[in-house]
Ligand binder design. Structure first.
Ligand SMILES: O=P(O)(O)OC[C@H]1O[C@H](O)[C@H](O)[C@@H](O)[C@@H]1O
Length: 546
């Protein structure tokens, strides 16, 4: 495989290093002055997304060298292997086929010689049928009342996707019903979700790929107790609990009839799963048609990623720009700043997508990497952050590349009262402008600012952003956006030579928590623990009066 040579020993990497040393101090102001067309030349369109990447510290030469690196690292070959159903998640011996979840009915995608597309559509059809039954009131609770509340119980990939997409698309949702998402093993989460609900009208969707995740099983157990005690009959479970999982045995063991189970497959990673049956709560909220529009949006971006040449390939471009800042400029983080309140959960979702995929420190050959891998992803919707942490973005010592995301049309059921949308978007454009071009000391002084204040009021600028624009936040556009980031993360993992598809790093804490639990209750001794943990556990017991 082309990544058997260490990344930092490739000619392309060395060439980029030299290029970085030569260009590191170049200024966006100068780049724009030298090329009046830059703003329109450095823009790409894919599907409904328009991306302006002109405010990056790159030239044609940088982009060419980055594309050469991608070619040398076999990014397109790995992409083709993914689309072909090869087991590129080699530590778990699994294919990586979330793209099959949104493939059209007529497509053929094989895993171990079997076309998986018919099974995908069979589940989608069952989900649609079930959602229609709930939405029409035909599916009733145990006492014959229609379902008014839907509570998704899941965590990680079985929670963040549906929760984010429900928030993003709530104007398309059935407003007569309540949708809640419970994830945390802290009982407060479930308590707050259920405290004002009537069990006779409440449906639980227990979503877990493995159906062994302790948080989810514990919350589902509590929810079942709440339901049975509310309705006074174990038999009520059948009408109020459905499951989404790859593990039918565990679902049956938990006591959910597998006739009420919606399946998916081991080739769907948790963080890539919300367009599988994990999106069942979303299908109930939006209706099957809207959900399919979202899948079509994903598919559009998949096709773009699969077929567009590297120089016009959006996920490739964003991935390469990320590598440029992460590995050469040493940026530790990047911010995703959606100027849409409906995208309030978007960054939470991206954190799992990106950080669980690329938070790795050995390459595919098991050798420690000598280069930076996945960045820290963070951010909140604009304009809120502007009044909180943007100070650091503008004048701090750290370089924080950012993606600004905005939409031409508001989705406001109330109408655009007071013209708020132009104000919102003016802020988005202004932030990109201020970050890129800053304000020089001369400009500050020319405004009559006293000399001693000038340094404090100067903005160095030269801080990179991408601006992502679309007409409106529709289900399809959301699908396109998510797929864009999925494939961007893929490109970066391929360049770094890591396995972006496993997540062994989450295991150790789970195992240790299981061992510690009996020690917290005092059932087991703390003698074998390290000094710090032992004293914390003893203090905890004291505080709890044990
Ligand atoms: O869907 P589940 O099997 O319950 O897993 C839920 C989540 O927990 C795990 O610890 C993984 O880190 C995630 O990738 C996964 O999405």
């Amino acid at each position: 495989m082309s990544d058997s040579v260490r990344l930092d020993q490739t000619d392309q990497w060395q060439a980029l290093r030299r290029h970085y040393e030569e260009t590191r101090d170049q200024q966006l102001r100068e780049l724009f002055a030298a090329d009046p067309e830059r703003g329109s030349r450095y823009a790409l369109e894919a599907g409904d997304l328009y991306v302006d990447y002109s405010r990056n510290r790159v030239t044609d030469e940088t982009l060419r060298l980055l594309r050469e690196l991608a070619a040398a690292r076999g990014v397109t070959e790995l992409r083709d292997a993914m689309f072909a159903g090869e087991k590129i998640n080699f530590t778990e011996n699994r294919a990586v086929l979330h793209v099959a979840l949104r493939a059209p009915r007529t497509a053929t995608i094989e895993v171990d010689g079997e076309n998986v597309v018919p099974a995908v559509h069979e589940v989608l059809d069952r989900m649609a049928q079930f959602a229609d039954q709930v939405r029409s009131g035909e599916w009733t609770g145990f006492t014959g009342r229609p379902i008014r509340n839907v509570v998704n119980i899941g965590i990680g990939g079985s929670d963040l996707g549906p929760k984010m997409a429900y928030e993003a698309l709530r104007t398309y949702s059935d407003r007569s019903r309540v949708f809640r998402f419970v994830s945390n093993v802290d009982g407060a989460d479930l308590h707050e979700a259920l405290r004002d609900l009537d069990p006779a009208e409440t449906l639980f969707i227990v979503a877990s790929k493995t159906f062994t995740t302790v948080e989810t099983i514990t919350n589902a157990t509590s929810a079942r107790q709440w339901l049975v005690s509310g309705l006074g009959d174990e038999a009520a479970v059948a009408k109020h609990f459905v499951a989404v999982s790859t593990n039918a045995d565990q679902v049956a063991k938990f006591g959910i009839d597998t006739a009420n189970m919606f399946g998916f497959w081991d080739w769907v990673g948790g963080r890539y799963s919300f367009d599988s049956a994990i999106g069942l709560s979303l299908v109930v909220a939006l209706g099957p048609e809207r959900f399919r529009e979202m899948l079509d949006g994903f598919h559009q971006m998949d096709e773009h990623f699969r077929t567009a040449p590297p120089e016009r390939n959006l996920p490739m471009l964003l991935g390469l720009l990320g590598v440029w800042y992460d590995d050469f400029y040493g940026a530790q983080t990047y911010a995703v700043l959606p100027y849409s309140h409906y995208l309030s959960r978007f960054t939470d979702y991206l954190q799992q997508l990106d950080m669980e995929s690329n938070g790795k420190s050995v390459d595919r050959q098991g050798r420690p990497v000598e280069w930076e891998t996945g960045p820290i992803v963070w951010g909140t919707p604009g304009t809120n952050g502007q009044h909180a942490y943007y100070q650091l973005l503008h004048q701090g010592t750290k370089l924080v590349p950012a993606d600004l995301i905005g939409f031409a049309n508001p989705i406001a059921e109330l109408g655009d009262l007071a013209g708020q949308h132009d104000l919102l978007m003016a802020n988005l454009f202004a932030q990109g402008q201020a970050l890129a071009f800053g304000k020089t000391a001369e400009e500050v002084a020319a405004e009559g600012v006293p000399a001693e204040q000038v340094p404090h009021r100067t903005f160095r600028g030269n801080r990179p952003t991408n601006t992502i624009l679309a007409t409106e936040l529709t289900p399809s556009v959301l699908g396109q956006l998510i797929a864009l980031y999925e494939h961007k993360v893929f490109v970066q993992g391929a360049i770094w030579g890591i396995n972006s598809f496993d997540q062994w790093g989450v295991e150790l804490g789970k195992v240790l928590a299981k061992k510690l639990e009996p020690r917290l209750s005092g059932a087991e001794d703390t003698g074998d623990l390290d000094g710090s943990t032992a004293s914390l556990v003893r203090r905890y017991r004291e505080l709890r009066g044990r």
